[in-house]
Design a protein around this ligand. Structure first.
Ligand code: GLU
Length: 927
């Protein structure tokens, strides 16, 4: 379209110095060279000087259209300048607009959205031929040529209110309004009694001081039971609260609220009151399109940080929380408005070069393309967040569609829709609980013990095919709430998660969003992202993430486990103590005179004294007491007795401690596991670990910024072959990988698994805390709050616990591992493996004794042969034949040739006649 004649284009103006107070936030330059950059301005009233959702909507819309333009290789990009106005006065606003126009020039101006500033900016835009885009309700009588307004036109809106009131058949009602703008909206409503004398109406203004009780009381006193409330969304809660305080929020009263931002008001306090609260809305916060858009904003905000805040002290305010439910209609309108401008520029820029030039407000020049652009904008027809966008010839939005909503226990429920072409109450209020005809379609997946196929030899159909705790829960709920249900299996066989690129949900949640099912039940974890798109009941089972791993292996019993009760160190110290005490005993016994005695008590006049504690005897004495056996001689001196006493005390304690510990070491088998927690897993790479990729557990790791879970997620993602498995396969993989694979899953399913798979166990504690809920679509004839009530009841009367015990412990091989463990746990007899070492010790001792005895024999025979001068062999044969004849216990003394008793060197014993006799071969004589 050619430029309108008579418009004079402006020569470029010199740039003035940047005013210090200008709240210039951002000017995004053209993205690629050769791209034409079109600057637009956003003027927003913002008393706090912190980033508002309005600015976010504006900025994100521009970034979105720029991204779309770049993707479709269009060489046009928008730059933007946002200015925050701290007052609604017209003068500062006009100055700021003129300043901005003089410095950079603008192709369109958005806002401000409050009067009188808006009116003045509109006049400037009209004078300079710059499209002025508005998103708030304005009196159309002053609509200028260069203005376009996305807000539903007050006339049309007023018609909508009147139609709803007519439909409600309220013969007598009161209108409570806040300001003059309200009257603009309510024109048609106020005219109702004129057109139809069935209507009686009283009109009252709400006081500005926030004390509404007396106005409400006057309505109450006048016996009017229906109220049309026209006030800003910010005041709705206060008005209703005060009405509640005076007893107006009961089933006797009906309220019709005109604010299009009713969805942003917290109405929980009134949802169980029985009062009929209805309203209209332009945007549906549960609409997936809105949810996706808002989530995109939130993610981009997070990515960018709150970098766009002003560098002033006040800008350090807390970051903005963006949620679909807090999205105001005006913000959604602003987002749509940028898209309308982008569509117009796209259509227009082909024949035209839309160069933007600085303009002086005081000058006579106008922007050359403003007229074309505004005309193209009026011709735009497209769908946005606020529904169908179309304008009349004057740039007013007279065609739009509104949802009629009613407050129910679950929140605002859509009853139908209204548009200038007629109302269509497609969905009446939800039927009462007692209604018999409600049929709920339930999607589920097969997973033990939540929903399973019945094992049966006969062909089963419909719901009869399934069993499990979920089937039982639904059965209980259906009986309590009187609804019919039909189960089907989710084709994706997954709980559901959004596609990273398209944002489209798959699995059971996807089914709910697409309207293919009303409810979803399985081990469905309540997560934030799911809760944003569907409703959840309260949790029917609580759990956390745990780690499934193979049971620790039993160490084979040790041959020398009888040594285990004392550590090696203690054994060494005992040996040293034994040697030390023996040496001490030997020395003290030599030192003390009381240990020296006559060799034979009957021969006291002998001139030698003998000490029984030679070194070997000291050793013998000490070992005798150590093994609690004692020996045939005892200390006589006080000093040696003191040593002996201390040693006995020592051995008493050591032997008792050893005995006490020995039983445990011989009977308890030591279990060894290479990992005992998730942290242990994170520290190593040999044992692989995984999760179910599309589940809440994966979501936990994926979204975690906490060490070591973030590292663990990177590890899982980097593994080839993949470590991601569906729960069933994950369990099997843990079982078959012989300790080389661990699987993170939810503790409830782990509990069920380890009751039946005795080779598996849960390792470590829980990583988080969450619960399973039933997801409910917004089309469901049975609401989440109704279901929650019954779930709570089932929790209180123990039905849920009973169902859990039934499916976890009793049915389908429940308790199998408990029986096995009980068998293993009973005291079993010690095997040779446990006590083999003691036999080894015995054998060694015996073998040594045999060797020693042989040596003694050889030594004695050798000496005897030498004494008697006979060959060793014949002496040996003689002695051996005596030994192995096994006859008699006596042996004749072999007298020496010359007897010299005093020189006897071999121990003697006394025979019955009191003579000395050699006790072996040892009576030798010196030649
Ligand atoms: N309960 C999970 C979900 O709802 C699936 C199992 C898991 O992630 O461990 O996504």
């Amino acid at each position: 379209m050619p430029p309108v004649r008579g418009v004079r284009t402006a020569p470029p103006l010199p740039l003035p110095p940047l005013p210090l107070l200008l709240l210039l936030l951002c000017v995004v330059p053209g993205t690629v060279s050769g791209t034409q950059t079109i600057t637009i301005g956003g003027f927003f009233y913002n008393a706090n000087n912190t980033e508002s959702l309005r600015e976010v909507a504006f900025r994100q819309a521009i970034e979105k259209v720029n991204a779309e333009a770049e993707a479709s290789r269009r060489s046009i990009a928008f730059a933007y300048q946002v200015e925050r106005l701290s007052t609604t006065n017209s003068l500062p606003a006009s100055r700021r607009v003129c300043d901005a126009l003089r410095r950079v020039g603008m192709a369109a101006i958005f806002g401000p959205d409050l009067e009188p500033a808006s009116g003045h900016v509109q006049s400037i835009c009209d004078a300079k031929a710059i499209p002025h885009v508005q998103t708030h309700m304005r009196d159309t009588s002053v609509q200028k040529h260069f203005s376009i307004n996305l807000h539903p036109h007050p006339g049309a809106l007023s018609k909508a209110y009147a139609d709803i009131l007519e439909m409600n058949h309220w013969p007598v009602f009161a209108v409570l309004y806040e300001d003059n703008e309200s009257l603009l909206r309510l024109q048609q409503v106020l005219k109702l009694p004129q057109f139809d004398n069935q209507f009686q109406m009283s009109v009252r203004q709400l006081p500005a001081d926030g004390h509404y009780r007396h106005v409400l009381k006057s309505v109450m006193d006048s016996k009017v039971r229906h109220v049309v409330l026209d006030c800003s969304a910010g005041h709705v809660h206060t008005v209703l609260k005060q009405a509640q305080q005076i007893g107006m929020i009961t089933s006797e009263y009906s309220f019709f609220i005109t604010s299009l931002d009713l969805h942003t008001v917290d109405l929980k306090d009134f949802s169980y009151s029985g009062a009929n609260i209805t309203g209209l809305r332009l945007i549906d916060p549960s609409d997936p399109k809105i949810i996706m858009t808002v989530r995109e904003w939130r993610e981009r905000q997070r990515e960018q940080g709150v970098t766009r805040q002003l560098p002033s002290a006040s800008s350090a305010a807390s970051p903005l929380t963006i949620h679909a439910r807090s999205l105001k209609t005006s913000d959604a309108l602003l987002y749509d408005a940028v898209h309308v401008l982008a569509a117009a520029v796209r259509d227009l820029s082909t024949p035209l070069d839309l160069s933007v030039t600085p303009l002086d407000c005081a000058g006579e020049f106008m922007w050359a393309h403003g007229d074309s652009l505004i005309n193209y904008m009026r011709m735009v027809k497209q769908d946005g967040l606020t529904g169908r966008i179309e304008f009349d010839a004057e740039g007013r939005r007279t065609f739009f569609s509104l949802d009629v909503v009613e407050l129910k226990e679950s929140g605002l429920v859509r009853l139908g829709s209204w548009s200038p072409r007629g109302s269509n109450m497609t969905q009446r209020a939800r039927p009462a609980v007692q209604d018999q005809n409600r049929t709920v379609v339930i999607t589920t997946i097969l997973k033990d013990p939540y929903t399973m196929l019945k094992e049966s030899s006969i062909l089963r159909k419909g719901n009869d095919r399934f069993e499990g705790i979920c089937v039982d829960i639904i059965d209980e709920l259906s009986k309590e709430l009187n609804f019919n249900y039909s189960f089907h299996l989710n084709p994706d066989d997954t709980p559901g998660r959004p596609n990273a690129k398209t944002g489209k949900w798959n699995g059971m949640i996807g089914e709910l969003l697409e309207g293919n099912a009303h409810m979803a039940i399985t081990d469905l974890t309540i997560t934030k992202s799911r809760q944003e798109v569907v409703d959840f009941t309260m949790q029917w089972l609580s759990l956390g993430i745990g780690l499934l791993y193979t049971k620790p292996v039993r160490q084979p019993p040790n041959l020398f486990s009888f040594l285990s009760p004392l550590s090696l160190e203690v054994w060494i110290y005992i040996a040293l103590a034994y040697l030390g005490v023996s040496v001490l005993m030997f020395l003290l016994a030599r030192f003390t005179p009381y240990e020296w005695d006559h060799p034979h008590p009957c021969h006291l006049n002998q001139d030698v004294l003998e000490n029984q504690f030679n070194f070997l005897n000291a050793l013998w004495f000490c070992i005798g007491s150590l093994v609690q056996q004692g020996c045939d001689f005892l200390p006589k001196a006080v000093s040696t007795r003191m040593v002996a006493g201390s040693w006995w005390f020592f051995t008493l304690i050591m032997v008792s401690s050893y005995t006490a510990n020995l039983a445990a070491f011989l009977t308890v088998e030591t279990l060894v596991s290479p990992i005992s927690s998730a942290e242990d897993l994170a520290r190593q790479t040999e044992i692989k670990y995984g999760v179910q990729e599309s589940g809440a557990t994966a979501q936990f790791f994926r979204g975690s910024r906490i060490s070591p879970f973030d590292k663990m997620w990177s590890f899982m993602e980097s593994q080839e072959p993949s470590v991601f498995e569906k729960t069933r396969d994950g369990i099997n993989r843990v079982s078959t990988a012989a300790g080389k694979y661990a699987y993170f899953m939810e503790s409830s399913t782990i509990e069920y698994t380890i009751e039946r798979r005795c080779d598996l166990t849960q390792v470590g504690g829980l990583l988080d805390n969450k619960g399973y809920g039933i997801a409910v679509s917004k089309w469901s004839p049975v609401s989440a709050s109704e279901l929650s009530e019954i779930i709570l009841k089932m929790q209180e009367d123990g039905r849920l616990q009973r169902l859990k015990t039934l499916w976890w412990k009793n049915k389908k091989e429940g308790g199998k591992c408990l029986e096995q463990n009980a068998k293993k746990g009973s005291v079993s007899a010690l095997t040779l493996k446990n006590v083999g070492g003691v036999f080894v010790c015995l054998m060694c001792g015996v073998a040594l004794a045999v060797v020693q005895s042989c040596l003694e024999f050889i030594w004695a025979v050798r000496n005897q042969a030498a004494e008697e001068n006979v060959p060793f062999a014949s002496e040996a044969m003689k002695e051996l034949s005596f030994v192995f004849r096994f006859r008699g216990n006596t042996k004749p003394v072999r007298r020496p040739v010359t007897v010299d008793e005093d020189e006897a060197t071999i121990p003697f014993s006394t025979n019955s006649s009191g003579q000395y006799a050699a006790s072996g071969y040892g009576y030798t004589s010196r030649s």
